[in-house]
Design a protein around this ligand. Structure first.
Ligand code: NAD
Ligand code: UFG
Length: 339
């Protein structure tokens, strides 16, 4: 029996494929390479020490997906495939709803027809919206999202919950990620953003390597310890290991819908991250204070207790290691997978 990983060539998916293989699972990837590269697959195979089959296919392609299920015995799906840029989603809402929601509906329908009813879904802390106060707990009301990307995550959570209500054979695990950074220790796989990065850590690493002149810190007048935004940064390998635990849990038997935060429970400000990165890399990160970024909130961090109690998972890697590993990846691969 195999685990189908949608979006497995991407940032979080690639690390999860390695962690799944190390845990003894047989992995099959489906990816359309919209935001990734075949070179990522080559490196996943290198780290796994074996060939990992990848179907180059869009998850909205019903016939293509069905063929994958017919050719393999798939026990569960870990569903990463989707578009993820918050700002872009405001410019291209149709593309975001079509890819994220349309893709998930097609995937679930094909799963149903092939009697595979176990799914782990990549949700996001963004579903907690603007109004809940950190530390964020799974019992808090979701919704109040502020951009189409976040709304797709919230809507998909509801869709998956409705599927379980309609057919109790389904097992759905919703994993709400906080801010994944870092990279595999080997420096062989990592985050490979297209164009100018939107997220803080890839922006910092590109400043440190000289590809970008300076970091803009979006706001220094928030109600936080130094006025800059506070987030819960989590090492991507910890996140990947969280998926293995979630999968083990779902395959143990009847679970229905389960929701888990995957975060560390610690909040760090933008300037904390700059300082930690400078220490870990030995590089200066010039920055300027810029206006607040629309849609940002002051503080967002998790209460990760439930994942520890139910899944036996907790993040093990601290900020120093996250910064070291982000820097190793960037410095070994100045142009990402394009070298
Ligand atoms: P990524 O862009 O690196 O990976 C997504 C992968 O999905 C890419 O390889 C892309 O080519 C593929 N893909 C996209 N649309 C597809 C389609 N229609 N058919 C087949 N493949 C498709 O992103 P990531 O950072 O690894 O994120 C993975 C998931 O986690 C996404 O669903 C994202 O929304 C979610 N998430 C990410 C973050 C984050 O900060 N990185 C935070 C919370 C949630
Ligand atoms: N920031 C800067 N300068 C930059 C980029 C970011 O100051 O160039 C700041 C932001 O204002 C924020 C913090 O750094 O205070 C983190 O910003 P990111 O863009 O890295 O991450 P977000 O918290 O905004 O969002 C990320 C993902 C979302 C996901 C969310 C979950 O982009 O997809 O984490 O918490 F939903």
């Amino acid at each position: 029996m195999a685990i189908l990983v949608t979006g497995g060539a991407g940032f979080i998916g690639s690390h999860t494929c390695v962690a799944l293989t190390q845990a003894g699972y047989e992995v099959i990837i489906v990816d359309n390479y919209y935001n990734s590269s075949p070179k990522s697959l080559a490196r996943i195979c290198e780290l796994c020490g074996k060939d990992i089959p990848l179907y180059e296919c869009d998850i909205r392609d019903r016939a293509g997906l069905d063929k994958i299920f017919k050719e393999n015995k798939i026990e569960a799906v870990i569903h990463f495939a989707g578009l993820k840029a918050v700002g872009e989603s405001c410019q291209k809402p149709i593309e975001y709803y079509d890819n994220n929601i349309g893709g998930t509906l097609t995937l679930c329908d094909v799963m149903r027809h092939n009697n595979c009813k176990n799914i782990v879904f990549s949700s996001s802390a963004t579903v907690y919206g603007m109004h809940n106060v950190s530390p964020l707990k799974e019992t808090m009301p979701a919704g109040g999202t502020t951009n189409p990307y976040g709304t797709t995550k919230y809507m998909i959570e509801i869709i998956l919950e409705d599927i379980v209500k309609s057919d109790s054979d389904w097992n759905v695990t919703l994993l709400r990620y906080f801010n994944p950074i870092g990279a595999h220790k080997s420096g062989r796989i990592g985050e490979n953003p297209n164009g100018i990065p939107n997220n803080l850590m890839p922006y910092i690493t590109q400043v440190a390597i000289g590809k970008l002149p300076e970091l803009s810190v979006f706001g220094d007048d928030y109600d936080t310890h130094d006025g800059t935004g506070v987030r819960d940064y989590i090492h991507v390998v910890d996140l990947a290991e969280g998926h293995v635990k979630a999968l083990n849990n779902i395959l143990e038997g009847k679970k229905g819908v389960q929701i888990f935060n995957l975060g560390t429970g610690h909040g760090y400000s933008v300037l904390d991250i700059v300082k930690a990165f400078e220490q870990a890399s030995g590089r200066k990160v010039p920055y300027k204070i810029a206006p607040r970024r629309p849609g940002d909130i002051a503080t967002c961090y998790s209460d990760p207790t439930k994942a520890k109690e139910v899944l036996g998972w907790e993040a093990k890697r601290g900020l120093e290691e996250m910064c070291e590993d982000s820097w190793r990846w960037q410095s070994m691969n100045p142009n990402g997978f394009e070298d």
